[in-house]
Design a protein around this ligand. Structure first.
Ligand SMILES: [Zn+2]
Length: 208
């Protein structure tokens, strides 16, 4: 901010209009209107205070956003590091409510688009999908083999829950062979009509 800025003020004695360089604020002069000594008040002071307060608030907001982002990243990483996706930390997949218009597929909550990992498998794009023109519902999504070996007898199992989050059953799908780095687009049939959400229970190889 330039110190050459002129500031408007009023004489403390007669209220007459005063205009002076900001750098002169605080000085006492003889008023050009009444001749009485008057201090050149700096009305910009209040603005400066609120301005710096605004900057402080903005800084606090930025720091908060960064902390929240960091916490989210750490939380996500902790889940991955655990290697096992439990029912507790795998969020439910919402199924759009049945209506007269057939539901082609439900919209997945944003946080579930993030990949989850377990047993050297990664699972992503999980959703409950209703087949057009039929009442069949499937849990669909993609499982990737993260290891460098073929995987045999891969089974994925989902817990199914109703709108009250009460367990109503399970849905599974099976893939005989999954190549290294290979993708499997699974489709697990949902038998229970009350199903409103699904959570990954396990992805594992059949070791028999
Ligand atoms: Zn005056």
């Amino acid at each position: 901010m330039s110190t050459n800025n002129f500031v408007k003020s009023a004489c403390r004695q007669c209220g007459g209009h005063l205009e002076f360089p900001a750098a002169a604020a605080g000085e006492t002069i003889a008023c050009p209107h009444c001749g009485q000594p008057t201090e050149l008040a700096a009305p910009v002071l209040a603005n400066r205070v609120s301005d710096s307060r605004r900057k402080k608030l903005a800084l606090v907001a930025v720091v908060l956003v960064l902390l929240i982002g960091l916490a989210a990243v750490l939380n996500l990483r902790r889940k991955f590091d655990r290697g096992v996706i439990s029912e507790k930390n795998s969020a439910p997949v919402a199924l759009a409510k049945t209506s007269a218009i057939p539901v082609v597929s439900s919209v997945l909550p944003a946080k579930l688009t993030a990949e989850q990992r377990t047993n050297d498998f990664a699972i992503s794009a999980v959703k409950l999908e209703k087949t057009p023109g039929s009442s069949l519902v499937y849990v669909t999504g993609k499982i990737r083999n993260l290891s460098r070996r073929q995987r045999f007898g891969v089974k994925v199992e989902f817990g199914l829950f109703d709108t009250n989050d009460t367990a109503v059953g399970k849905a599974t799908d099976y893939q005989p062979i999954l190549e290294p780095d290979g993708d499997w687009h699974f489709k697990a049939l949902v038998m229970e009509s009350k199903t409103a959400s699904a959570r990954v229970n396990a992805i594992a190889e059949d070791r028999q």
